[in-house]
Write a protein of this length. Structure first.
Length: 212
C-alpha cells in the first residue's frame, strides 16, 4: 500500500490550497509472490524432514533388499536428465512470457508438462519393479522412508503438470495479463524447486545408496 499527497480545490481561511494524504492500494501482486515463497519454504521443510528420516532409517534393511539390489541407475539417470531438461524448457517459457508471446510461452510450458509426464511414467515403472522384487512399505525401514520420499516428490510433479493445464486455460481466456504473469512466475519457482529436489534425491539417495 502506498500513500500519496493530493491537492483538492478547497482552500483554507488564508486562501492556501488544502492538501490531503490519501492511501492507494498497490495491486502489483507482491503479496501473492511473498505468500508463494512462504509455501515453498514450507515445502523445503517437508522435504528436509523426509531426507532426514531417510538418512536415519536408510541403513535398516531388516534382512530385505538393499539399495544396490533395487536401484537401477540408468533409469534414474534418465529421469534426472528429463527433470533438468524440463527446467530448461520452463525457463524458455518464462523468457517468452517476458516478451509477451503467449503462444510460444504455452508451447514451452506444454513441453515441460510432457516431460513431467515422461518422468512420472518412469517412476511408475520403477515402483512396479519394486513390487515385483517384493520391496514394499512393510519390508524394511529403508523402503518405508525411500518410498515415502519418492511418492511425495511424484505427487508434487503431478500437481505441476495439472498446474500447466490450468495456466493454459487462464492464458487462453485472458492473455498474459499481470495476474497470469504472476501465476507463471509462481509455477516456474515451483517447478525449479522440484528439479533441485530431484537432483538431491538422485545424489544422496540413489547414487550414494549404490556406492555404499
Amino acid at each position: 500500500m502506498t500513500t500519496t499527497t493530493t491537492m483538492t480545490g478547497v482552500k483554507d481561511g488564508t486562501g492556501a490550497p488544502v492538501f490531503h494524504l490519501t492511501e492507494e492500494h498497490d495491486h502489483d501482486g507482491g503479496s501473492t509472490v511473498i505468500g508463494f515463497w512462504m509455501f515453498l519454504m514450507s515445502d523445503v521443510l517437508l522435504f528436509a524432514g523426509l531426507f532426514a528420516i531417510y538418512a536415519w532409517l536408510g541403513g535398516h534393511y531388516a534382512g530385505g533388499p538393499s539399495p544396490s539390489d533395487l536401484f537401477r541407475l540408468p533409469l534414474v539417470a534418465a529421469n534426472t536428465a528429463i527433470m533438468l531438461l524440463s527446467s530448461f524448457t520452463c525457463g524458455l517459457g518464462m523468457l517468452e512470457t517476458g516478451k509477451g508471446q503467449a503462444g510460444a510461452a504455452l508451447k514451452w510450458f506444454g513441453v515441460t508438462a510432457l516431460l513431467g509426464i515422461c518422468f512420472l511414467y518412469n517412476q511408475v515403472t520403477e515402483y512396479e519393479h519394486l513390487q515385483q522384487a517384493g520391496a514394499t512399505y512393510q519390508t524394511s525401514a529403508f523402503l518405508s522412508s525411500f518410498i515415502t520420499l519418492i511418492i511425495t516428490h511424484s505427487i508434487h510433479v503431478i500437481v505441476g503438470v495439472v498446474w500447466v493445464g490450468v495456466l493454459a486455460l487462464q492464458v487462453f481466456q485472458h492473455g498474459l495479463i499481470e495476474a497470469n504473469r504472476r501465476r507463471v512466475l509462481c509455477f516456474s519457482m515451483f517447478w525449479n524447486f522440484l528439479d533441485i529436489t530431484w537432483v538431491c534425491v538422485f545424489v544422496f539417495v540413489y547414487l550414494m545408496g549404490v556406492l555404499k
